[in-house]
Design a protein around this ligand. Structure first.
Ligand code: MG
Length: 386
């Protein structure tokens, strides 16, 4: 980053795992990309944003690196125990870059849009702060024991979203002064420091994923935006040669033979790769990775599959599902099936219920039945913007 003037500070330090065991919600796969990657890509693509700095929890480095692979980002900063402490750590970490303006954004709001970013920055021109927000439409009630104890006047009330924009020096000073307090957002930190903060129109789609319902809403919204549903098929066969293992769907399976091929000869991943490329009309695996090219000699095939997944993402689309059938008499696939589903999900950033691995034989008929090799056929469903 050379002399950046506007930095988006994306706060991803939260430990919220209530959507399920394992990954914090900002790292869950949403349409083939981690939740936080959606927002990061939107900021990176905004013409007024010069760079993105992410603040993460120290334990999350590995999933962060996987989530943002290939993006032009500086190393992440490590946050603190609360959101406020993480923002302060992020602001302190920007000291060397010394940006003119910062846009502070929650990683769990994947649908931030260019209009909201632009309005927030524009409002900062005449104010010491500006946040995206929405006026309250619902009536407000105070409840006690399941009954209304009072009605509240909603006049002038707004729901605060992010991004929240400030001049860097102002908000850094405000956060330093507020260290140890417990403000729920940066507008509150700014207000405590006496900064005037403007409200600009946010976007209903720019909601924060907190609950399982929110996550379902996010998936539904994404699917709505990607109404051009495509199906592609793939088929591949590799023959047996001497060896002691085969690679199938990204998993090393011990066997009394190996599969011949220029790469690691993973028929399962090759078939899925072709199905994805087919779904977006992007040719076949041989066209993208010519068998004669020395770069792909012995190459692990997850590289090909990841490439196909990225080709879908580059079209603004998502992989909705992949289903592969491995065809062979031996080795037995069953014991390895769960590992294969997990591996394909990792490569494509797909939830396990969007991946299927099946196996069958040909009842000893034909070349596969005689054990001359292994075949695979795959189907992939892809959703693209119309
Ligand atoms: Mg092949």
């Amino acid at each position: 980053m050379s002399a950046p003037t506007t930095i988006a500070l994306v706060v991803a330090g939260g430990r919220g795992t209530r959507l399920g065991p394992g990954l914090p919600k900002q790292y869950l796969p949403l349409g083939g990309r981690a939740v936080l990657r959606h927002g990061i890509e939107t900021f990176l693509a905004h013409p007024a944003v010069d760079g993105v700095q992410v603040v993460i929890h120290a334990d999350d480095r590995a999933c962060y690196d996987a989530a943002v692979a290939g993006l032009d980002l500086p190393a992440p900063l490590t946050g603190g125990a609360t959101r406020q402490a993480s923002v302060l750590a992020g602001l302190e970490g920007l000291a060397a870059a010394n940006p003119a303006r910062v846009l502070i954004h929650d990683a769990a709001r994947p649908f931030v849009d260019h209009g909201t970013i632009g309005r927030t920055l524009a409002a900062l021109d005449g104010n010491t702060g500006a946040i995206a927000a929405l006026p309250l439409a619902d009536s407000l009630k105070r409840g006690r024991d399941g009954r209304i104890s009072a009605g509240l006047d909603r006049t002038g009330l707004w729901r605060a979203q992010t991004p929240q924009a400030f001049r860097y020096g102002d908000i850094l000073a405000a956060h330093r002064a507020a260290a140890g307090a417990d403000h729920t957002d940066d507008a509150a930190v700014a207000a405590a420091a006496g900064l005037a903060v403007a409200l600009v129109d946010g976007n209903e789609d720019n909601f924060k994923i907190t609950s399982a319902d929110d996550f379902t809403r996010a998936e539904r919204l994404l699917a709505q935006r990607l109404g051009d549903v495509r199906v592609g098929t793939g088929f591949d066969v590799h023959r047996f040669v001497d060896g002691d293992h085969v690679m199938l769907c990204g998993v090393r399976v011990p066997h009394d033979a190996a599969l011949a091929g220029h790469s690691d000869a993973d028929v399962g991943l090759h078939a899925i790769t072709d199905a994805l490329l087919g779904a977006i009309g992007a040719g076949d695996i041989g066209g993208h990775f010519p068998p004669g090219d020395p770069r792909w000699r012995g190459a692990p095939s997850d590289l090909f599959l990841r490439h196909a997944g990225q080709a879908v993402a580059a079209r603004g689309g998502m992989v909705a599902h992949v289903d592969v059938t491995l065809i062979c008499e031996r080795p037995k696939i069953g014991p390895h099936r769960d590992a294969m589903v997990r591996r394909i999900g990792e490569i494509l950033t797909l939830a396990p219920d969007r991946v299927s691995v099946k196996a069958t034989t040909t009842e000893r008929l034909g070349y596969l039945g005689r054990g001359e090799g292994i075949g695979a056929q795959a189907v992939a469903t892809v959703r693209l913007p119309p």
